[in-house]
Design a protein around this ligand. Structure first.
Ligand code: PEP
Ligand code: MG
Length: 563
């Protein structure tokens, strides 16, 4: 049995959990000791059987997928496992003398090269092909399949990292918490965990080794603390934290405001019409970010105007007269679109993504704006706002605003995600009605640190004083032009950072719906003047750690129960 060990990572989704460990198994490679095939026919039969089993188990998982998008991904992968071309390739490798696991690896590589050449949607299937290869290899070697294990009882998932597709298929009734060794606070996996309301810590170094033979693990997803093989008093302490958190949250309801009544709209980040319907039932004031690209990903062709209009109408209906801010298509970089492939780029995060992709494929934006306008007309009470991602210049803001207004949309804005837009906010805002700061990308571009790189987590922290400085500049632009500035990146869902943002002049905060209660409770504990002082401390600090500490020291003691 392993010893009690305390580890620290980054808390990305608050809440506590303790229970048995379910390890997400890494992929195993070729069996280096396997002999060459002496009976290619028999080996071929065996591999065929294994591929059929892999296909059947993926189909079974598709049945339980928690969204239409992940169901479609799993079904497509299941079909690919039975692909005749793949099986023919395996037979060919076996005849050349490869052993079973080598035959499947080599056949997959040949097949993957063909798909890559075809480009677009076909090229994207390569990831699915590798998934099939890894599952089949594990079965051939009699080892557990890679990925999320079937859980017999509610457990805490421990993984090196989780792909967004894996996170999207998690059974919320069985996954008590998530701990990863890699990953970053603004990776899409962390965002999805928070969206699902599952306590989660990332960047927990040493967790893989520490949990070997560990019967259980405890997690505080707020502060990022993990206790491997916790003792009774650890579990009692976590339960006490959970109780204190519940007490601090009690009575958190109604409009967002500081203790002295300075109003701050508290909004939900959503990705689908279902998200909208779920979030709208909660006590919050609308949606400050509808990541509309989720409607476009994993598809062979763009959704039609009618389909889009139906989705947006559903979202608007769900929120009634509450505000819904729809971000137009933000694809490219880590969210490629098979039907809008602009070719390979050396640095996709600095390439034609976000609004730049819309400029290259104006037809996609035109359809989307038409669909949004139709949804706005279908729900006349709705407060529909529309904004563009990744804006860097006045010309881009103007280009977008002209098209959105021509489509009949009344409230048009931009996201501030680049330092260029932040420090020139006044000029950019002169073109539009509002701005919303995407702190995930603004941190990435301010610090020149890839948000997908968990190793750069420290640089990516919104507490890096350069980030609040950028936000201050944006808010100054907002004050000069009388336009409203919101935040819709992950920073807005951190109760301590939220106070700084409000002090900097931000008028609305949009976050994973499950985070709203804690942020509202944090605001109620503090006066606006305190928030302003916190903002000064954050901007004036010399280091990220110094900024957080200075702000924390100024906060009401109850705030720590909300983190
Ligand atoms: C952001 O960058 O902060 C943001 C809200 O957009 P996304 O995370 O979808 O890039
Ligand atoms: Mg962004």
């Amino acid at each position: 049995m392993s010893n009690r060990t305390v580890l620290h990572g980054i808390g990305v989704s608050a809440g506590t959990a303790s229970g048995p460990v379910a390890v997400v198994t890494p992929a195993v490679g070729i069996d280096e000791h396997e002999p060459a095939s002496v009976d290619p026919e028999a080996d071929g039969e065996r591999i065929r059987g294994v591929l059929q089993d892999v296909s059947a188990s993926l189909s079974a998982r598709a049945e339980h997928a928690n969204s239409d998008a992940s169901k479609a991904v799993l079904e497509a992968t299941a079909a690919l496992a039975n692909d005749k071309g793949l099986i023919r390739g395996v037979d060919k490798e076996l005849k050349k003398g490869a052993g079973a696991t080598k035959a499947i690896h080599d056949a997959v590589e040949v097949y993957a090269a063909k798909l890559r050449k075809l480009g677009g949607y076909m090229a994207e299937r390569v990831t699915d092909l590798y998934d099939i290869r890894d599952r089949a290899t594990a079965r051939l070697r009699g080892l557990p399949e890679p990925g999320i294990p079937d859980m017999a009882e509610p457990s805490v998932l421990v993984a090196h990292d989780l792909a967004p597709a894996e996170t999207a298929t998690l059974d919320q009734n069985l996954v008590l918490g998530i701990i990863t060794e890699a990953g970053g606070a603004t990776s899409h996996t962390a965002i999805l965990a928070a969206q699902l309301g599952i306590p989660c810590a990332v960047q927990v170094k040493g967790i893989a080794e520490a949990i070997i033979d560990a019967p259980s693990v405890a997690l505080d997803g707020g502060v990022g603390e993990v206790i491997v093989s916790p003792n009774e008093s650890d579990v009692a302490e976590l339960e006490e934290r959970s109780r204190r958190r519940a007490a601090a949250l009690a009575g958190s309801s109604g409009e967002g405001a500081t203790r002295d009544g300075h109003k701050v709209k508290l909004l939900a980040n959503i990705g689908t019409a279902e998200d909208a319907e779920k979030a709208a039932k909660l006590d919050l004031e609308g949606s400050g970010l509808f990541r509309s690209e989720f409607l476009f990903l994993d598809r062979e062709a763009a959704p039609s105007v009618e389909e889009q209009a139906e989705t947006y109408t559903r979202a608007l209906r769900a929120f009634g007269d509450r505000r819904v801010v729809v971000r137009t298509l933000d694809a490219g970089a880590d969210k490629p679109l098979s039907f809008a492939d602009l070719g390979e780029e050396e640095n996709p995060a600095l390439g034609r993504r976000g609004l730049r992709l819309s400029q290259a494929r104006e037809d996609l934006l035109t359809d989307q704006l038409e669909a949004l306008a139709a949804a706005g007309q279908a729900v006349p009470d709705a407060e529909l706002w529309v904004m563009a991602p990744m804006v860097a210049t006045v010309e881009e803001a103007n280009w977008f605003a002209e098209r959105a207004r021509a489509a009949g949309l009344a409230k048009v804005g931009v996201m501030v995600e680049t330092p260029a837009a932040a420090i020139r906010a006044r000029q950019v805002l002169e073109e539009v009605d509002f701005a919303s700061i995407g702190t995930n990308d603004l941190s990435q571009y301010t610090m020149a640190a890839d948000r997908m790189q968990g190793e750069l987590a420290e640089l990516l922290s919104p507490w890096q004083p350069a980030v609040p400085s950028m936000i201050r500049e944006t808010c100054r632009g907002g004050e000069a032009t009388g336009k409203s500035i919101g935040v819709c990146g992950e920073a807005g869902g951190d109760p301590l950072m939220a106070l700084v943002l409000v002090g900097l002049g931000v008028k609305s905060l949009s976050m994973a719906p499950g985070k709203v209660r804690a942020v509202r409770a944090a605001l109620r504990l503090h006066d606006f003047d305190t928030c302003r002082q916190m903002a000064n401390f954050a901007v004036d600090a010399r280091t990220a750690a110094g900024a957080r500490e200075a702000v924390f020291n100024l906060a009401d003691p109850v705030l720590k129960d909300l983190l």
